[in-house]
Design a protein around this ligand. Structure first.
Ligand code: MRU
Length: 348
């Protein structure tokens, strides 16, 4: 059941179908789309109907259920082989968020043991992935909020809330918890060009959950810090490398550089499903390039001089040295490095 300050779910399995809240239409329209094939789910991930690393992972897990159902109905003896092409489609939908491959690998492990019709056992695993993500977010909310020593204002970037996860949120989960326990009294949110996740999604979530939010242009963040108005920048991650370097929405790195310059602390909040120990450092993280049109247009209207080109990397990498704390459901890593990140997994 949803708690206070947590009333939104963007990924829903109901009546044998997957429903996704179409995030392209928010905040003006709240419309769920129904999905019955893995190929359509892969398209929805690529086209940002659903976005945010953990939400992409949860969605892909349900996509595997749909893939297995179709494969079993068409060839019960050969369903595993027929699921493969859908797994490839899902894995290729977006490259940076490692939660996608993490969820697919977890579903594949269950596929290996199934006897007979795979649908119910795979659905059970997808639901576990979904519920575990929400639990992890609540735990990270507590751990992250506990790092905030005095009531303060915070800045966040992109959308890391219920829309970006199974529910509650990573960085926004910390903000929800911190607001509930009085450590956070004001939230500043970067609008997050070019896709405006901050203006359209984070502001919408916080307004829905009665948490006051003030938007600012991304370029205003350093100036806000220079005025001593915030104590912490709190963000999510799409992939954290073994050494603690963290890929997140483009603009996160600028916020981290500005935070260090102004003595503002910088917190990255992500479940361990976002940590990729096989990626040695940030240089090895694949960075998704998205269409130029996302920069050259706004809400379908051209805004740039005709003939201008655009550079549109969807993510950047914040080096571990600029991060004060990585908060996961397994614990907090202060001043992250390879040993600190590895210790999270040693603990079991
Ligand atoms: O391109 P998006 O909207 O999928 O990017 C999302 C982000 O960068 C989030 O900050 C990240 O996934 C962490 S969400 C819990």
């Amino acid at each position: 059941m949803n708690s206070h300050h947590d009333n939104i779910r963007a990924v829903v399995w109901r009546n044998d179908k997957l429903y996704l809240l179409d995030q392209r239409l928010l905040p003006h329209q709240q419309k769920f789309l129904a999905f019955e094939t893995a190929a359509a789910v892969a398209d929805a991930i690529r086209n940002m109907v659903v976005r945010g690393a953990p939400a992409i992972g949860v969605t892909a897990a349900y996509g595997v259920v749909l893939a297995a159902r179709a494969a079993y109905v068409s060839a019960p003896a050969d369903w595993r082989r027929n699921v493969e092409k859908d797994l490839v489609l899902l894995a290729a939908a977006r490259p940076t968020a490692v939660n996608l491959c993490w969820a697919l690998e977890r579903m594949q492990r269950v596929m290996g043991d199934v006897q007979g019709d795979p649908e119910s056992i795979l659905l059970q695993e997808a639901v576990h992935i979904h519920e575990e993500d929400i639990q992890a977010n609540h735990r990270m909310g507590e751990l992250g909020a506990a790092l905030i020593e005095r009531p303060c204002a915070v800045l966040t970037h992109c959308n890391t809330g219920s829309l970006a996860t199974g529910g509650y949120g990573t960085a926004l989960g910390v903000i929800r918890s911190g607001y509930a326990n009085g450590r956070i009294h004001q939230v500043f949110a970067d609008e997050t060009r070019p896709w405006l996740q901050g203006a359209r999604l984070t502001a919408w979530e916080l307004v829905q959950d009665h948490i006051p939010v003030t938007l600012l242009a991304d370029g205003a963040a350093a100036w806000l810090m220079s005025q001593g108005k915030i104590d912490w920048v709190i963000v999510g991650a799409d992939r954290i490398a073994a050494n603690g370097d963290a890929a997140n929405k483009i603009g996160t790195y600028s916020a981290a550089v500005a935070a260090r310059h102004h003595g503002v602390r910088f917190m990255v909040v992500a479940p361990t499903s976002t940590i990729d120990l096989s990626t040695h450092d940030g240089k090895a993280i694949p960075i998704e390039q998205r269409p130029e049109s996302e920069v050259l247009s706004l809400a379908g209207q051209p805004i740039a001089a005709e003939g201008a080109a655009a550079w549109n990397p969807s993510f950047d990498v914040t080096p571990a040295g600029l991060i004060d704390a990585i908060v996961t459901e397994k614990g907090v890593v202060l001043k992250p490095d390879t040993a600190g990140v590895a210790a999270l997994f040693d603990a079991g």
